[in-house]
Design a protein around this ligand. Structure first.
Ligand code: ACM
Length: 706
């Protein structure tokens, strides 16, 4: 891996002088991830046709990217009628091999002038990134599409910028992976980590052991021919494919066909539930290594990447503890405990992988000073664990903080940093931190809605991993996230386009029927519950139960609710005083949303049985809007709510914050609580500093627990 550089962001805006994403000013471009250095020189109406040529020899990867780029530019920018061609010349050095390795120079410079553009890159991978930047430059303005003129000099902060997709728990076929590879390329992610085996499924064909996928997958797995095609598809987009085969725990699907290799007698069947389960391979049997040797050697030949991930997480120890022969093996071999046995197991895997020229990657639990230092730690526990690993000399990747399956807001995933300033690592230790990856665990996603869980929030993770560490302005991130969301859709992601499909699960073919507009409003204003709370609310659900409810149709982060909360924040906490003029427009939104909630609650569940579970959140939405309306009127009029009134309104609001069987929550509850607290305390505003006022309001209105 090349040494990671740290670059100061240096953004010059022609109009505003120095502008920076870190200081709260908008970046002068809509590009995401933000480039390392930009010098803006002006803007010009955007020509509707992009014509790209390569100075010198091209290669198939660049040809394919150019063709896609020309099509995407034209389909977007040509609307508006200015049809002149815009010429881009690409000058690049070495082509880079056909299969990316993670050690290429991915930098580029892009000069965008009125008469044409030049893209220079040492490798075709850098050229691909520069093309994506150019595609993100045109901005839609009132006068039509404009093209910022700029000199951009850009390179990644980290060489490992990944997205993990779990295809084991809910099967995700070829087309899901392909369209997510297309989206990854838009935001310069370069590692697709496929979690191919887990308790709930064994998703890759083995020719030496066809029984593994044969019995462990319900027939839902990638053939080797399909996997070769995916690897080639990814390589054309500059993306590596890193496979994961999770052992020794999370291994039920392995022992369905090989119960003799489990640590307790079988038989076993494919696990249908979610959680941490007991089945674990027996590391004391030579037969275990014979199977793993056959299988991993075969996989080492199938996957060209240098890294193979062997999982290693969450062995609960139940089977190892219960098996006297395994405990005797630990004693006889001086391994001390289960952790020692795990290290022994990993050393055996290491030897198998090393023969195939591969480096071993595993989750935090593999970390052990006994392991060779070219093993890599994928940390789901945090940057602290990564720092420990780096201190011991291991390379690492950060997944913690980037768990997009937990349905937290994009801002939660934007700020975690693989190398936080607090880590206190030496330069040599810092070089061990290769980057990070967003993880799309698949308990609660299907091919129909997985894109909406990944995008656009993963673009925020992509920016963390590509852009300079100083790019951390959350409102500015959200401004560009909305724009890049549209670009991701153009590139193939279905995160927005599948919204109607999810609505059809609720109302059948009746998308135009009365009330469905209100249902759309409800869906747009609820979110799936956070963290792993859904399992507790829908205990009857498992791998075989379709995911077609309100929580599945809802997005992880409601954009209208987020914008409402931001507007409430601006209104209440404006420097110097409450902006009362804002209250009326916010009240208008709440009025419309509340009416939609009431309509769904009162009129739709009788017609559409799938909406019975939506009654509680629909009522909750109506309540939150009604209480919020009361608070806004009190603020607009400058009439403080009395103490009793505040308690009454908070009480009225309480049911909207309660868990409900649809496993959704109402994000408006938090800003409505702020409005109530502010409405009650507004008489004190003038006597408090801005900071005292914020702290008073926020502490009176704690947000609902997440
Ligand atoms: C993990 O989340 N168990 C890697």
């Amino acid at each position: 891996m090349p040494l990671r550089n740290s670059f100061a962001i240096c953004l010059f805006s022609a109009a505003a002088g120095l502008a920076s994403g870190a200081g709260g000013a908008p970046l002068p471009l809509d590009v995401m991830p933000a480039p390392a250095e930009v010098r803006l020189t002006g803007s010009t109406p955007a020509p509707g046709k992009l014509v790209v040529s390569v100075a010198g020899a091209s290669d198939p990867r660049l040809d394919a990217a150019i063709s896609r780029a020309e099509d995407r530019w034209q389909s977007r920018v040509s609307a508006g009628g200015y049809q002149a061609p815009y010429r881009l010349v690409i000058e690049r050095g070495d082509a880079a091999g056909p299969i990316p390795t993670g050690s290429e120079d991915e930098s580029y410079t892009l000069e965008v002038g009125a008469a044409g553009a030049t893209l220079r890159a040492p490798t075709s991978l850098g050229a691909l990134h520069g093309l994506e930047t150019l595609l993100q430059l045109p901005r839609l303005e009132q006068s039509g599409w404009s093209l910022p003129l700029a000199t951009i000099s850009d390179r990644p902060r980290f060489p490992w910028r990944g997205l993990m997709i779990d295809v084991a728990r809910h099967w995700q076929p070829m087309e899901v992976i392909e369209r997510n590879l297309d989206a990854m390329a838009v935001v310069k992610l370069n590692v697709m980590h496929l979690h191919l085996t887990d308790d709930q499924g064994f998703r890759i064909e083995s020719l030496t052991h066809p029984e593994l996928a044969g019995k462990g997958s319900d027939g839902k797995y990638f053939t080797q021919a399909q996997m070769r095609a995916l690897i080639a598809y990814a390589a054309l987009r500059g993306i590596r494919v890193v496979p994961e085969f999770d052992v020794p725990g999370h291994a039920t699907s392995w022992v369905v066909s090989h119960p003799e290799l489990a640590s307790m007698p079988g038989p076993y069947s494919i696990e249908r539930q979610w959680g941490v389960f007991n089945p674990v391979l027996d590391p004391t049997q030579e037969a275990t290594y014979a199977l793993l040797g056959d299988f991993l050697s075969e996989m080492a030949a199938l996957f060209p990447d240098r890294f193979i991930h062997v999982g290693g997480d969450e062995n609960n120890g139940v089977q190892w503890n219960a098996n006297p022969a395994i405990q005797a093996f630990i004693r006889d071999h001086g391994l001390k405990d289960n952790a020692g046995l795990h290290a022994y197991f990993n050393k055996r895997l290491y030897a198998i992988l090393a023969k195939g020229g591969k480096r071993l990657v595993g989750w935090d639990e593999i970390l052990n000073p006994l392991l060779p230092r070219d093993c890599v730690i994928d940390s789901w526990r945090g940057p602290g664990a990564l720092a420990t690993a780096a201190g011991l000399g291991f390379d690492g990747i950060l997944a913690n903080g980037f768990y997009i399956d937990l349905c937290f807001p994009a801002s939660d995933h934007y700020l975690p940093d693989p190398l936080p300033p607090t880590a206190g690592l030496s330069a040599a230790e810092q070089a061990h931190v290769l980057g990070g990856e967003a993880t799309m665990w698949a308990e609660w996603v299907t091919p129909e809605n997985i894109d909406s869980r990944i995008w656009p929030r993963t673009a925020a993770v992509a920016e963390r991993l590509w852009s300079p560490a100083s790019v951390r302005d959350v409102p500015e991130m959200y401004r560009r996230l909305a724009i890049v969301g549209a670009r991701l859709g153009e590139a193939g992601s279905l995160h927005d386009r599948n919204a109607d499909l999810m609505l059809r699960h609720l109302v059948g073919a009746n998308l135009g029927a009365p009330g469905v507009a209100s249902l759309r409003t409800l869906v747009s204003l609820v979110e799936p519950v956070k963290h792993y709370d859904r399992g507790g609310l829908q205990v009857w659900s498992n791998q075989l139960v379709p995911l077609v409810g309100l929580a599945d149709a809802a997005k992880p982060e409601s954009e209208p609710a987020r914008q409402f909360a931001a507007a409430v924040d601006r209104m209440l906490f404006a420097a110097g005083g409450i902006d009362r003029a804002q209250a009326a427009s916010l009240e208008g939104s709440l009025g419309r949303w509340g009416a939609a909630g009431s309509e769904v609650a009162e009129h739709m569940a009788d017609t559409y049985p799938a909406l019975r579970e939506a009654v509680a959140p629909a009522k909750g939405l109506a309540l939150a809007c009604s209480v919020g309306g009361d608070a806004l009127r009190a603020l607009a009029q400058g009439t403080p709510l009395g103490k009793g009134q505040l308690a009454e309104e908070m009480e009225l609001l309480a049911p909207a914050a309660e868990p409900n069987p649809s496993a959704t929550l109402i994000p408006l509850v938090a800003p409505v609580r702020l409005l109530l607290a502010a409405a009650a305390a507004q008489g004190e505003r003038a006597s408090l500093s801005d900071e005292q006022w914020r702290s008073w309001v926020v502490s009176t209105a704690p947000p609902p627990a997440r």
